[in-house]
Write a protein that binds this ligand. Structure first.
Ligand code: FEO
Length: 397
């Protein structure tokens, strides 16, 4: 298990998780990595650790460079368990002189591991520590995406160790952005942004403005997941600027579940209406599309259209799941509509409309309901609904 030198005397010493398929509700269908970085200087410093269960991977890589017990400092940029799960065992082994973290980092580490005996040293935005030849500047990035999150910046190397920001879940043997397929890389990054960072978009914009104002030179970004940006750090920063503004394309997603294919037929008819208006459409049957892929498609869609039959006076369980998930991600600037079949009561469309009002999606139409099975005439209002949404998209985008 070889470390990878990313700059002179600065190494990637993380772990690759080829097998993870679910990350608290996010489908990591191509695995992930837990990145950690080691600086060899007068003070040997480890930035973050790895998820519990991957401690040996981390230690084997470090052993190839130096005896882990020679580590002087550990920097905790983020407390979430995928980066701190092995921290207690690493601290017990290394016995570091200091553990650096943000003020919220200390609180959260205590709440996770209950070890007040650790040699904490709290650092705030603007604080710098000297390692010998290199310095580390800290920048707190509260709520991006946890209260404890922070960046570590090495000015002598123009290196930003960025915690979760600019990362992505993708297990690869390659470690750098120029070694992997770029469209696939950006697809994973968009998915990460949509599922993890979207609710904090105003803070992302503020942070990007702060970093620009500071005028710091960044030629490499080393995130806590995925590949290291050594060739195109500007590209991922520009993508974050666009995603955080939630700029929409002339695109709609139709997200639905179906019981006996009636709502499915309606979904296809709504899609036809949108296509007639020249709108790009993605039909996303929840029985085959994971919630985290739905919200990735939502990122640049102007319209969100939901379909559900009525089940026990409510909506289908998978619709409830996706509406709950989307609500937490707080998308802005979307328009929406609903449709669905029913047998005798027909509450689903009304419930979806109510949810859209709650989360401030602009309702384009009261929605379309069809009793039991739509015939050709029954599908006509669905096509009309698609056309109506399509026209509104064209006016708005
Ligand atoms: Fe990768 Fe927020 O942990």
């Amino acid at each position: 298990m070889k470390p990878i030198e990313i700059k002179k005397d600065i190494y990637w010493v993380g772990a690759i998780d080829w097998d993870i398929r679910d990350f608290h509700g996010y489908s990591t269908y191509k695995g992930s990595t837990y990145n950690a970085y080691l600086i060899i200087d007068d003070k040997v410093t480890l930035f973050d650790t790895v998820k519990k269960g991957f401690k040996s991977d981390l230690l084997h890589r470090i052993h190839n460079i130096i005896d882990p017990r020679k580590i002087d400092y550990i920097v905790v940029n983020h407390v979430e368990m995928d980066h701190s799960g092995s921290l207690p065992e690493i601290i017990d082994l290394v016995k570091p002189e200091k553990v650096f973290c943000s003020p919220m980092g200390q609180k959260n580490l205590l709440d996770h591991f209950h070890r007040p005996d650790w040699p904490f040293q709290v650092v705030k935005s603007g604080d710098t520590i000297n390692l010998g030849k290199l310095n580390v500047h800290f920048l707190e990035t509260r709520m991006l995406h946890w209260p404890d999150s922070m960046f570590s910046y090495i000015p002598e190397e123009s290196l930003l160790i960025s915690s979760d920001a600019f990362g992505h879940h993708w297990a690869t043997s390659e470690r750098f952005d120029d070694e992997v397929d770029e469209p696939e890389l950006f697809a994973h990054c968009a998915k990460y942004y949509a599922n993890i960072l979207l609710p904090y978009s105003p803070l992302v914009q503020k942070l990007l403005a702060t970093v620009t104002q500071m005028g710091i030179k960044i030629d490499t970004i080393a995130p806590d997941h995925g590949v290291i940006w050594r060739t195109n750090p500007g590209k991922i920063i520009a993508a974050y600027a666009a995603w955080s503004r939630q700029l929409a394309k002339p695109k709609a997603i139709i997200v639905y579940d179906t019981m006996w294919h009636s709502t499915e037929s309606m979904a296809k008819a709504v899609a036809d209406g949108l296509v007639e208006e020249g709108i790009s459409v993605k039909l996303m049957d929840l029985q085959v599309n994971h919630r985290s892929d739905v919200v990735t498609e939502m990122l640049d869609a102007k319209a969100l259209i939901f379909g559900s039959p009525t089940l026990n006076n409510g909506m289908m369980p998978m619709l409830s799941d996706i509406l709950c998930y989307i609500k937490g991600l707080r998308p802005t600037g979307k328009i929406g509509a609903a449709f669905g079949s029913y047998g005798w009561s027909g509450e689903a469309v009304g419930l979806i409309n109510k949810w859209m009002e709650e989360i401030k999606i602009e309702l384009v139409d009261p929605g379309v309901k069809v009793k039991y099975v739509p015939d050709h005439a029954g599908l006509h209002p669905c096509v009309e609904l698609g056309r109506k949404v399509g026209k509104m998209i064209k006016d708005a985008v």
